[in-house]
Every structure is written in structure tokens, then in C-alpha cells.
Design a protein around this ligand. Sequence first.
Ligand code: NAP
Length: 240
Amino acid sequence: MKCALVTGGSRGIGRAICIKLAAMGYYVLVNYKSNEPEAAATLEFIKKDAGDGELLQFDVSSKDQVVQKLGNWIEANEEKYIEVLVNNAGIRDDTLMVWMQDEQWEQVIKTNLDSFFYVTRQVLKSMIFKKYGRIINVVSQSGLKGLPGQTNYSAAKAGVIGATRSLAQEVGRLGITVNAVAPGFIKTEMTQDLDETALQKLIPVRRFGLPEEVAYAVAFLASPEAAYITAEVLSINGGL
Ligand code: NAP
């Protein structure tokens, strides 16, 4: 059975990606950290559309949890092979660098960057064995251009962009593509505290994007037909 693992699938962009990949026929593993009711709601949406999947709770920033929970799932489900991995889970914790606490730096780097290594490492071996895989990392415009107040977040996302390009070169000959999508401002809980009216004046299309618009691009990169696109970063930002 062909599976897709989406980290942070309980809300926002991750939920839209789960629904889209399920509609493509994937059995979707909906990962979340703590919000089980929202993760269950994602699974409900999938099942309402005649799709299927299951919840898989683990904290992507914890090496031990990823090894134990994801590793155990892989061992116990040999007939289910994860051929699409979407590293989507992420947090921001903005403040000017002069005020930034160790905890703010470490948590943002662990959740957005270290998670890429922990999670991808777990699924990469079976992709190599099967000589097929699609890895899509959700980064950010902030990782490409930087934003004041986001030295931690920009560093983490820029790190994932570098890792995307390196890994793509390591596994390209094995039928595995590795790409990133870089959203601008997307309407989710993560952007709830931003001044949308002021910010949309800076965006050529004059609005925030929708999670479904990011999911559409992820689904494109996840498709078998996107086999010749790798090491790319696709911006989804209304021309920002
Ligand atoms: P969101 O609405 O805040 O949702 C975050 C998701 O990540 C939730 O499902 C959450 O799970 C999960 N998560 C957070 N920490 C986790 C951890 N340690 N382990 C496992 N799951 C964890 O965020 P979003 O706006 O959809 O963002 C999704 C991705 O897009 C992030 O990587 C973000 O950096 C990126 N992005 C977003 C925007 C934007 O404008 N929204 C722009 C650029 C990039 P729980 O529900 O269990 O907490």
C-alpha cells in the first residue's frame, strides 16, 4: 500500500496537504504533536472524501520520539511503504535578535530544521530500496529573503533549503526527488496575529494565500509526473 506521511497534518497547510494527497489515492499518515481533536478532524475530512489514513502522533523535534514512534510504525507495517514525505510541521517564535532567548532559538531550530533530519532519515532507506520517493519540505519566504524578528525561523528554513538541495543530489539517480515549497503569507493559525489589511498591500495579488493553494503545489511535486523536477524551491506567495 502506498502511503504519504505529512508532519503537522492536524491544522493549516498540513491538513490541506493531507486531504489533497488522500484524494490522489494515498493512505495518509497524519502526524501531529498535541492537538489530537484537530488531527482526528483531518482524518474525518479524508474519510468523508472516500480516502483513508491514520493518526501518527510524535514530536518532530524529538529525536527519540521520531525514532521510536515512526520507527516502530515502519517496522510494524512492512506492507505499507511511505513513498511521499511532506516535512510540514513548523513553528515560529518571533522577536528581534537582541531580545531572543536561548529557548526561542533552540525550539525553532529543533522543530523546523532538526526535524527534517530526524524524520527524513527514517523513511529514506525504504525509498532507496524501492528506488522511488517524493520528499517535499515546507520552508518559507523568510528562509529565502530573511525577515526582521525571524533570525531563528529564517536560519531554520534556509537550513532546510540547503539540505533539500544536497539530498536531492545524493538521491536523484535513485528515483527520489527532493524539493521545497516556500509559502508567503497563508491564512492559518500561524498568521492569525499578523495585520492582514496592512500586509496585503505589499502582495501583488492583494491577499493572503489559502492552505489549499500550497497543497496544490505540494501535490504537483508529489506526483509521479514531476520526476524531472528536483532540488527546486517553489515560491507560493502571490508575487511577494
Ligand atoms: P499551523 O497552522 O500553526 O500548524 C502547525 C502544524 O504543525 C500543526 O499541525 C502542529 O501540530 C504541527 N506541529 C508543530 N510543532 C510540531 C512538532 N514539534 N511535532 C509535530 N507537529 C508539530 O501552521 P501552518 O501555517 O499550517 O504552517 C505549516 C508549515 O508552513 C510550517 O512549516 C510553517 O513554517 C510553514 N509556513 C507557513 C506560512 C504561513 O503563512 N502560514 C508561511 C510560510 C511557511 P499540533 O496541532 O498538534 O500542534
